[in-house]
Design a protein around this ligand. Structure first.
Ligand code: ZN
Ligand code: ZN
Length: 291
């Protein structure tokens, strides 16, 4: 990457794991500040999205996983394996909730034949030691070069270990809500950020979405409603936190006929008078240009 680039790239902006023809992709966000490139979440499609954004997988400096819903880490193993075959030689630390280690051991076991073969036959570096797995929790205070990362436990039932993240460099600050219902603590956590990337749903459209999927009962509907944030609540949090920009992300619904970026704007503009972005896959948000 260009070390002078300070930006956030929304690699995938849909909420939830399913993809369908024409849909956007599950969650992953690239944060590039102070010469470092940090991937937050590794949803399906993240490896190709990073390359499409013009970044080499070998340029990643850290990967952070906010929680263990599959739309946030389904492609973690394939991403790291592909970084390895793309020539990664230095350790790439991975941070996530307890349980990520078990996923990682399982992934490595599932790929043991390939990993062992390529290591012996192609002389690639030792796979396991390239990817140290570290615990992410609310005590986390992590330095990645000049970036400091802090975490806030959010409210995403039934998932207990689920986190919002704040990444700060000497010149920029970005807060990512993760998956969460609206919480009071997010206001102080995001305060003064250059950019708040907050998850958002359009509550009125969730019933239509669930009816179309045709689940046999209301559990999916109830899960979405109790563990995610209505768009207007995200806007209120952004306003109270005094952030400069709000990007809506993890959009639910993401492919409902008739719902456009104008629908999302209409939900948030009455509550936030800063700059509003409605996330799209591949959207680049420069941090040096204040609109
Ligand atoms: Zn999610
Ligand atoms: Zn989730």
């Amino acid at each position: 990457m260009n070390p002078d680039v300070n930006q956030v790239v929304l690699l995938g902006v849909k909420g939830g794991p399913a993809i369908r023809p024409g849909s956007s992709m599950p969650t992953s966000i690239l944060v590039q500040m102070a010469g470092k490139t940090v991937l937050v979440d590794a949803g399906l499609g993240c490896a190709s999205a990073i390359c499409k954004a013009g970044d080499a997988l070998t340029d990643l400096d850290a990967v952070l996983v906010t929680h263990l819903h599959s739309d946030h880490y389904l492609e973690l193993g394939p991403l790291l394996h592909t970084a390895w075959t793309a020539g990664l030689k230095r350790p790439l630390p991975v941070y996530g909730p307890s349980g990520l280690g078990a996923y990682w051991q399982g992934f490595m076991a599932s790929m043991a034949y390939d990993i062992d073969t390529r290591t012996a036959d192609e002389g690639r570096p030792d796979f396991a030691s390239l990817f140290p797995i570290h615990l992410l929790d609310e005590e986390t205070r992590l330095g990645i070069g000049d970036i400091t990362v802090t975490a806030l436990r959010n409210h995403h039932p039934p998932v207990v270990e689920s986190y919002a993240l704040r990444l700060e460099s000497p010149h920029h600050s970005v807060t990512l809500s993760g998956d969460t219902a609206p919480i009071e603590e997010m206001v102080a956590f995001a305060i003064g950020s250059d950019l708040l990337v907050h998850e958002a749903m359009l509550t009125d459209a969730i019933r239509t979405l669930c009816d179309r999927i045709d689940y046999s009962d209301d559990r999916l509907y109830d899960h979405i409603i109790r563990s995610h944030t209505p768009a207007h609540e995200a806007a209120k949090i952004a306003a109270r936190a005094g952030v400069h920009r709000l990007a809506l992300n993890h959009l639910v619904p993401s492919e409902e006929p008739g719902i456009t970026s104008a629908t999302w704007h209409a939900a948030v503009t009455p509550h936030f008078d800063g700059h509003i972005l409605i996330g799209e896959d591949g959207m680049v948000i420069p941090l040096d240009e204040v609109p």
